[in-house]
Design a protein around this ligand. Structure first.
Ligand code: FAD
Length: 465
């Protein structure tokens, strides 16, 4: 019997028909969105759907005994090749772990299984006047969001997954179940294992439950937009808003090309294909009015063409749905093109230089690459549309690398929220230096000596001294 056959014989009695070697199921689990391995063979050999922490522990324990790779799978929306089964093995799908065992309104926290999506969670929390603030665009799971240290449009006000997770239940590489953190706002009790697992992309442990931090729904929400004739004016406005300390709820930039794509895809009537900022203010009615006045003043100072504000929930939903659909608008913008996303972050003070230079790079490349970004955090994406020509991939990659290098040169980071996966590994040395990479390898070896947890992901080879 092969190791895979032994694994199936051991696990099937536990999970029944929640195990599959079907080619379509395996192919679906071999990739996320965006970056895809050029190697079509990089697929899992088998897919298992778990429902409890104990099932996950039994599956990982079997993989440990058999030296089989195990790749956790949440919503499959990651963008950097994180689900590529570089060595085959077992795809462990956690999307059926979608129970919400505990909501604690008085503690502003809840405990959810790893397969819960933020949409599902927020639907349930609304009646308690609460919400979970991290909002990546896709139907991501909270387990996947922890594993990629995700954020989104709310991070400028409420933080990323790092700030919104209080504790975790995780299954380690040998099948042991551990709890990290807890239901408290702060803790000074040794190494921060919650922080270590967040952003580890399935390479250090499998997250099965999350103790999440919640926020009260804002008393008043005001949506606003402003269009600009130049990209620099739009970015300068965003920088001034952050530097003025305005407690903005959301602050997003769409350049002229991204606006054109969104106008077409989401029928945004009344907007022109110009650089545009989307804002949201969250406060009491009196504070919202005061903040909106300041916001308008800042946009006017930076030559804003048309500041519009609306408290109408329908109008807000329409605008933010268009923003959340920006990636799909890009995919629909040019027939037959695929997308490659950059995810650079720079210090707030370097944002105008960064985005202006990136725009120049895009123009020089001759490619179409809309810019969209969480500019309140200094984070932006270019969705490089890969032309369906033989040199399309290489041209897109050259542009991607140029923009990443610019971010590094400006003291920035190669990823703000999408993670490293396979696609960004080659920049890890430039980002961290070899000594820090060696420390990361030491952690990986200590926690996963058989290298079964998502092997080949996140860490580039260390260069021996
Ligand atoms: C349209 C669109 C918009 C997006 N917008 C944003 C955005 O604004 N901000 C942002 O941060 N991201 C964004 N993303 C990227 C993506 O949604 C995030 O990376 C998300 O966190 C991935 O979650 P997932 O459940 O889909 O994880 P998957 O894609 O299934 O997995 C991602 C990684 O996490 C690991 N993993 C999954 N579940 C677990 C678990 N339970 N335990 C341990 N490891 C696990 C996997 O092995 C893999 O390495 C966007 C993607 C799309 C398609």
């Amino acid at each position: 019997m092969t190791a895979i056959e032994t694994f199936i014989a051991r696990i099937q009695p536990l999970v029944g028909n929640r195990i599959s070697t079907n080619a379509t199921v395996r192919q679906h689990h071999a990739h996320g969105e965006g970056w895809q391995s050029p190697d079509p063979a990089a697929q899992p050999d088998v897919v298992v759907f778990a429902r409890t922490t104990e099932e996950v522990a039994a599956i990982v324990s079997a993989c440990h005994d058999l030296y089989l790779p195990v790749i956790p799978f949440g919503g499959g929306t990651s963008l950097e090749g994180q689900l590529t089964a570089t060595k085959g093995g077992v795809s462990l799908d956690l999307s059926q772990m979608n129970a919400i065992p505990e909501i604690r309104p008085q503690d502003l926290s809840c405990r959810v299984q790893a397969g819960v999506t933020r949409q599902q969670l927020n639907g349930l929390l609304r009646s308690d006047g609460l919400f979970f603030a991290v909002d990546p665009g896709g139907e991501a799971t909270l387990g996947g969001m922890c594993a990629t240290r995700a954020s989104g449009t709310g991070a400028v006000r409420y933080g990323t997954m790092r700030e919104n997770v209080l504790g975790l239940t995780a299954v380690m590489a040998d099948g042991k179940i551990i709890q990290t953190g807890g239901n408290v706002r702060k803790s000074a009790t040794g190494y921060d294992l919650t922080g270590l697992l967040i952003g580890s992309e399935g390479t250090l442990g499998i997250i099965t439950e999350i103790q999440a931090r919640l926020h009260p729904l804002p008393e008043t929400i005001l949506g606003a937009t402003c269009q600009f004739s130049t990209l620099a004016d739009a970015v300068d406005t965003a920088t001034s808003i952050i530097q003025a300390g305005l407690p903005i709820g959301r602050l997003e930039l769409l350049d002229d090309v991204q606006m054109d794509a969104c106008i077409r895809y989401s029928s945004l009537e009344g907007y022109r294909p110009l650089p545009t900022l989307f804002f949201e203010l969250h406060a009491s009615p009196a504070s919202v009015t005061e903040q909106a006045d300041l916001l308008r003043e800042i946009t006017e100072y930076h030559n804003g063409l048309s500041f519009r504000a609306s408290a109408s929930p329908e109008e807000r939903t329409r605008l933010w749905k268009a923003r959340h659909d920006a990636f799909w608008a890009c995919m629909a913008y040019r027939q037959g093109h695929k997308g490659m996303t950059t995810d650079a972050v720079v210090p707030i003070s370097a944002m105008t230089d960064m985005i202006t230079l990136a725009k120049q790079d895009i123009e020089e490349s001759g490619l179409v690459a809309p810019i969209v970004g969480h500019v309140g955090d200094g984070n932006f994406h270019t969705v490089i549309l890969i032309p369906p020509e033989p040199d399309g991939w290489a041209r897109a990659q050259a542009l991607d690398h140029k923009i990443i290098q610019r971010a590094l040169d400006l003291g920035g980071s190669i990823s703000g929220e999408h993670g490293i996966g396979i696609a960004k590994q080659m920049f890890m040395h430039n980002q961290h230096g070899n000594d820090a990479i060696m420390v990361m390898h030491a952690i990986k070896r200590a926690l996963d000596p058989r290298n079964i947890l998502n092997p080949g992901m996140l860490l580039p080879a260390a260069v021996s001294p």
